[in-house]
Design a protein around this ligand. Sequence first.
Ligand code: CMC
Length: 374
Amino acid sequence: MGEEIKKGLMGVTVDETAVSKVMPEINSLTYRGYAAQDLCAECKFEEVAYLILNGELPNKKQLKKFEKQENKERKISKILVDAIKKIPKKAHPMDVARTVVSIMGLEDKETRDNSPEANMRKVMRIFAKTPVALAAFYRSRKGKKIIPPKSNLSFSENFFHMCFGKVPNKDIVKAFDVSLILYAEHSFNVSTFTARTITSSLSDIHGAITGAIASLKGPLHGGANEEVMHMMNKIKKPENALKWINNALDNKDVVMGFGHRVYKSGDSRVPTMREYFGKVAKIKKDKKFEKIYDIVEKVMIERKDIHPNVDYPTGPTYHLMGFDTDFFTPIFVISRITGWSAHIIEQHAANKLIRPLAAYNGSKHRQVTSLSKR
Ligand code: CMC
């Protein structure tokens, strides 16, 4: 009789958090008690980043100070720029994200200081510099000139500016901002749990975020937004969608952008992101992906009762905004840095080494024979 094994820690509560919760009574993801979709309606991303990190929404003065700090930290070092220029052009941008945060850890004078004050200062640096470093790679791998950040632009505007050299119209920026708000935090998902596990050995925030990025890359987690786009590109046109999805389900394929460990009857972030996907499609005068989206979703619900998760609408939205597909998950990173950081700070404040047990199913004890006798 072995111990009971909870594969994937399914249904296991491992610690407490005050950062976020999917509240069943309102059927919604909440950050610090606020429904994510309400935050999308009322706030810009910087306000939500402040909320996640500090526990309360900022007033005007606090927001100004936060934005000023973020602005001040945007510049990246020459060492980092040189490294980005030398990275193989075919490297996956998620591996670049992991590497640039790791390099920032080498450069940061406070890397080993895990006090709450030092952690918050480091968070601001990682939060401000990571998008700058990623946009630099976005340009350098295409042989284009790196565009430095602009201090009079918001977090989202600046990312467009650094990637494309221009800021799109305000509705596109708002849709991007909304996607960042929806991606910012989601309790003990695999990347956040990875960050907390790394932190639990009293390691540092750069290491924890580097590990979290590696975890987010996987297609069962953040990598799903890229996979959704690959799927839509395979489907090509709405006329093919019905046959494609029915075949996929007949073959028992996993359809990316659907299903969730926590939500079993629909991800509360989807309606908001779906609305903004529609707005972007309208502005771009391209309804093809929306049509494919609706057909695949309908069949998934009818045949499997499996609903889309937030990666399903973000994938085609980022595509319509003009981003390369392999940059979709790095966009998730620049937002989720806020959630990871809040959890890392929380873990440091009430730490217990994370060290589960395993049920051993290997060989019985045996004698070692010397190499000459094997
Ligand atoms: N396509 C087809 N079947 C699915 C899917 C899907 N996307 N998701 C779940 N199922 C089926 C699964 O095959 C299983 O069926 P059965 O009981 O017959 O074996 C059943 O539903 C339960 O699924 P599960 O994989 O055991 O559930 P889980 O909680 O371990 O997995 C998941 C959750 C997100 C890994 C899974 O739904 C999945 O692989 N989805 C596709 C990848 C994806 O979109 N990931 C993004 C997750 S949310 C946002 C984020 O983190 O970025």
